[in-house]
Design a protein around this ligand. Sequence first.
Ligand code: NZQ
Ligand code: ZN
Length: 389
Amino acid sequence: MNNFIYENKTKVFFGRGCVREFLACLIKDFDTVLLAYGQGSVKKNGIYDEVLNILMKEGKNVVEFPGIMPNPTYQKVLEGVRLVRSKKVKMILGIGGGSVMDCCKGVALAAGYDGDAWGNFWDRRGIVDFDPVSVGVIVTAGGTGSECNGAAVITNEVQKVKIGYDYPKCNPVFALMDPAYTFSLPKLQMASGAFDSLSHIMETYFSEPDEQNVSDELAEALMRSIIKNARIAVENPGDYTARSNLLWASTLSENRLIKMGKKCDFTCHLMAHQLGAYTNCNHSCAVAVLQPVYYRHIYKDSVEKFARFAENVWHIPKDGHSEEQMARAGIDALEGFAAELGLPGTLKALGVTDKDGLKQIAASCHYSPGGYRKLGSDEMLEIFQECFD
Ligand code: NZQ
Ligand code: ZN
């Protein structure tokens, strides 16, 4: 394994009723709380009322920060920064999925910094040598793992860049994770969230070193669990056991654990992010469209690993097949799984309409150094085009 330092400061409270049981205690040291949430789901499903009642009972001064959009923008981050500064907020409490959590972490980082936050922490990987404002999160959607990492994936609409680096200092101090809070998710978002978790795992799994290592073995177990539980949850969304397995697997997939000792190939995510920066498409659906096509481009650079994926994750029997046939069968299984979950299979189905515009998007994509092979923007364009319809 490569050398590593492992750190994760987020304290997780998991399970039915955890908000009622623990929230009051977790915020006891903060008089003013910035209550951040998205575009209305928390008001429909009753989670907002539940949380607000606790804050009121504890006598907190609540500053509202509503309307965080999917694919949060830097403008929205700056709106939160102004609130934090003017109201002297010391605790940001986010209720939502990846977008709300990321926006909260972005606000915490930018509010704690005097200079050009975008230039120093998003435009390039900076050094966080100060304490960002404390963030606590109440998770309502699985998939991103944002609750236990330090990344704030933010869209700069002016620059047409969507990006986020994982800064350990930006990890939430606590995450309250009640699987029942995810029950109201639309089925498509629940299913695509499961694929997003799978994608996070694959991005580490398909990278060097490929010698025997515990991170790859954990990754295979997690992938099998997500596949099994996503199938159950799509069939029966009210299955608490499946939903709790999916929610915790989502955390484990993006809390740095399985990345230890490995490089990581972010190519697909970087492409999905730039696609999002230009089209505002749904993140998790975008990776579901791109990933199988990307893997058909690169599997020959590590046939053995892709064949192992087919056998150990999808249980495809060798039956005298060549390594290459196995590798291709694994990628076919991945693509079939996305279809089985009901996810869109093309960019067009995702709402991307401008095929010519893909050229500009491909040109704006970064290269991920952890991949088996360096992809240029021409090949990224080919992938986008193959995904189009
Ligand atoms: O706006 P609200 O009302 O919150 O509604 C959301 C939104 O419309 C809704 N929703 C969330 N929980 C719900 C619910 N609806 C009903 N019941 C619930 N319990 O679902 C929609 C999508 O929410 P969003 O937060 O945008 O989805 P997701 O969790 O997939 O987050 C996506 C964002 O996270 C970033 C993505 O790029 C994207 O911007 N990512 C963050 C990562 C990280 N921090 O580590 C890693 C990921 O790879 C990803 O890049
Ligand atoms: Zn993702």
